[in-house]
Design a protein around this ligand. Structure first.
Ligand code: AMP
Length: 285
């Protein structure tokens, strides 16, 4: 597995692979890799000749009071996991390599898809994501890029700018990978104490309850949201950031679920903000 640390190195690698006629799959991550990330890597491995993972804690997608400094960095352990897939190359730049002195260009997806859910609570977050993902797609010359449904709004935003900017990359969305107890895998789960980890199972439990009620024929949005809220409120360590339901993938408000829809939540367990979601009404692509 090649370790690429500079813009020049990844550009040379991608150029050589393209010249050899290979298709390239990109899997962007912030590291502290877990089974969710590895599932994306395997999906890329299946579909593409060459898999490039990136491990980069992207400063531009964190707000000033968020966990950029504390975010877990475990590059050696990450490389060991990536080698088991295996991936062909990992891009692991320093922040100054991606944002050198004088850097001042950003990709800003306007419109309401970046203003709701996590966009409402994390101003600038999707601008940072769109900017770094655009750079990573350009650097890797990816034909395919792989993202998790765990961050479903991120997938919506990425598909939007890929279409708007005519980028020639196909976006693949991979289902959420969970622990046996239902907790969605996340690098931020490392922040949780044992008691908080147990409490955090309330997120998936609340979504499962709503999904089961939907499957039994309840399509009223407010009633479905109330099932989630009521369940979350049974857990004393949980405090709700949002519980929302929108059409998917266009994220428009609904009164009734009569089409594919995203039921999404953000919940603080102690100090740790966790997100989870379920897609109602048909399999998402
Ligand atoms: P992150 O390192 O948290 O930025 O995540 C990198 C990619 O992995 C994103 O596309 C995430 O949506 C995806 N991902 C993170 N956790 C999971 C999970 N539990 N299941 C599926 N994909 C995930």
């Amino acid at each position: 597995m090649k370790i690429l640390r500079t813009v020049k190195e990844i550009q040379a690698y991608a150029k050589a692979m393209k010249a050899a006629g290979k298709t390239i799959g990109l899997v962007p991550t912030m590291g502290a890799l877990h089974e969710g990330h590895l599932t994306l890597m395997r999906a890329a491995r299946e579909k593409c000749d060459i898999v490039i993972a990136s491990v980069f804690v992207n400063p531009t997608q964190f707000g000033p009071n968020e966990d950029y400094a504390a975010y877990p960095r475990r590059f050696e352990a990450d490389c060991e996991k990536l080698a088991t897939v295996p991936v062909d190359a990992v891009f692991h730049p320093e922040p100054a390599e991606m944002y050198p002195d004088g850097y001042c260009t950003y990709v800003n997806v306007e419109g309401d898809i970046t203003k709701k859910l996590c966009g409402a609570q994390r101003p600038g977050h999707f601008r940072g994501v769109a900017t770094v993902v655009t750079k990573l797609m350009n650097l890797s010359r990816a034909d395919e890029a792989f993202f998790g449904q765990k961050d479903a709004q991120q997938v919506v935003v990425i598909r939007r700018f890929v279409e708007d900017l005519n980028l020639n990359v196909h976006i693949n969305m991979v289902p959420i990978v969970r622990e046996e107890n239902g907790l969605a895998r996340s690098s931020r789960n490392q922040y949780l104490s044992a008691a908080e980890k147990e409490a955090a199972t309330v997120l998936s439990r609340s979504l499962r309850r709503a999904a089961a009620t939907y499957a039994r024929g309840e399509h009223d949005v407010e009633k479905l949201k109330l099932i989630v809220t009521d369940t979350l409120e049974t857990e004393p360590l949980a405090s709700i950031d949002y519980v929302d339901l929108f059409s998917f993938p266009d994220l428009q408000p609904l009164q009734r679920v009569e089409q594919q829809s995203l039921l999404a939540i953000a919940v603080r367990i102690g100090e740790t903000r966790l997100i989870d979601n379920v897609i109602l009404g048909g399999e998402a692509m």
